[in-house]
Design a protein around this ligand. Structure first.
Ligand code: TRP
Length: 456
């Protein structure tokens, strides 16, 4: 960090804020939109079990690694690696790049949730009666020449407003308000879904493991989902942890964040599947549709079949908007903190530059689903290539190198200090963590990476 001392750097007010802010990053579209769809595709309960295993075995050690790097250096992702070991600065650049590229398509989907929220408030969502009609609406909306772009832009500008307010007044304050709101809304939705007649079929689907559906692919899908959902494999948690105060217990924070993130994913599944089975949208033989379809096609049709459907739709899409916002904030912050500290820009200027670039990239990603669908990179649209490049290549590589860095290169003394491991009796925990970071995480991540490239 040039020209600024550590003392003048923003620090979060309390330990609770650390949990809320990091959980805000972790809880996002990944939990509410992607997790239920993936669980639906991969055998419900069996996927859930694998997912939890991935969170514990790989997710937690890596989150601790990122937290330690962030708080030990108190820098943005690039500055952090540069301070700890210059030769590893490239990993910081990879992080900022991934944040930038993920944001490109994340803003587009966030924009869709905002549009659906607006339409459920105005009542236009509830006008159709078959799932096919909803499919038509969604397809037409996605390829519309400007509407999805405008909504993505509104989302970028809202995020900008919060980021420009600063770490304490913007990010911390919004997390303290938005995270409890999200939780309450989710509990209400799940409760409502569970109270619908014959909802137990949906619960069984989500909680009863059916191992006949499990293949090596399922394991990889669970792993990728765990990483995406916990916001690890790139500098998000490094950047946020750089604002944690000295009293924050990193181990406890990581466990809290992982538990909250998993509980939210589970509740999202419970808000969706029991209601969907109850309304007869899925029969047990027919597995729910994957990808964007579940949220943007199946669910609007489902809400329409309920009493007070418009209200439930509005509440659900509000939930998605809130979840998406706390995550775009964390990604926007990675790029902003980098520009602010490494390019010596003012914070507002750095946020502004990030925002202007995002307006451009999100418009490209959004239009690539319609007007610009002929612009292809290796056969993929811009939207799909951003997704593919980050999820399948850059994030696993980022996770792999982060675990190698912290396992092998990071000073043991610093790691002990950050994790609050003192004295001999506790050394077992450190040895265990190092074993995971040195061997288990790299081997598994290498396998994921090679498999993603079709080399395994
Ligand atoms: N974890 C968020 C979600 O579940 C998305 C996200 C935010 C993310 N920051 C990230 C994913 C950093 C990967 C890396 O939707």
């Amino acid at each position: 960090m040039k020209g600024e001392t550590d003392e003048s750097r923003a620090t979060l007010g309390s330990r609770l804020s650390a949990v809320l802010v990091a959980a805000g990053s972790a809880v996002g579209l990944g939990n509410i939109w992607r997790f239920p769809a993936m669980a639906g595709d991969n055998g419900g309960g069996a996927f859930l079990l694998l997912y939890i295993l991935c969170v514990i075995v790989l997710g937690l050690p890596l989150m601790l690694a990122e937290f330690s790097v962030g708080r030990a250096s108190r820098r943005n992702a690039v500055g952090a690696y540069r301070k700890l070991d210059r030769r590893w600065s490239f990993l910081g650049y990879n992080s900022v790049l991934v944040a930038f590229l993920i944001l490109g398509f994340y803003y587009v989907v966030s924009g869709w949730t905002l549009e659906y929220f607006v339409h459920s408030v105005t009542g236009t969502i509830g006008r159709y009666d078959t799932p096919d009609a909803y499919r038509g609406i969604f397809e037409n909306f996605r390829i519309h020449p400007w509407r999805p772009t405008v909504y993505a832009w509104i989302f970028v500008l809202i995020t900008h407003g919060v980021i420009a307010l600063g770490v304490r007044r913007g990010i911390e304050r919004s997390a303290k308000f938005l995270m409890p709101l999200l939780f309450v809304v989710l509990v209400v939705l799940a409760g409502h879904s569970l109270l619908m007649p014959d909802s137990d079929e949906g619960v069984r689907f989500l909680l009863r493991p059916d191992f006949s559906k499990v293949t090596p692919r399922t394991v990889l899908a669970a792993l990728g989902q765990a990483f995406f959902s916990l916001s690890i494999g790139m500098g998000c948690m490094i950047t946020y942890a750089s604002y944690f105060n000295k009293e924050t217990d990193l181990r406890r924070t990581a466990v809290n964040v992982a538990v909250l993130d998993t509980v939210v994913a589970l509740l999202a599944g419970l808000a969706i599947f029991p209601a969907a089975y109850s309304a007869g949208i899925f029969s047990s033989a027919e597995v729910p549709t994957a990808g964007p379809d579940l949220v943007f096609i199946t669910l609007p049709a489902l809400f329409n079949s309920m009493a007070w459907g418009g209200l439930w739709a509005a509440v659900f899409f509000l939930l998605l908007v809130v979840a998406a916002l706390t995550s775009t904030l964390s990604l926007h912050e990675v790029v902003t903190a980098y520009l602010h500290e490494e390019w010596c820009m003012s914070r507002k200027g750095a946020a502004g530059l990030t925002t202007v670039s995002m307006l451009f990239l999100s418009a490209l990603a959004s239009l690539s689903l319609g007007m610009l669908s002929d612009w292809r990179i290796c056969g993929l649209t811009i939207f799909d290539s951003l997704d593919f490049l980050t999820a399948n290549i850059l994030m696993p590589v980022g996770g792999l190198l982060t675990s190698i860095f912290v396992g092998w290169r990071f000073e043991r003394r610093l790691l002990r200090r950050e994790l609050g491991i003192r004295g001999r009796q506790r050394s077992g925990r450190l040895t265990f963590l190092l074993f995971m970071l040195r061997w288990v995480c790299p081997v598994i991540l290498l396998a994921v990476f090679l498999d993603n490239l079709g080399l395994l």
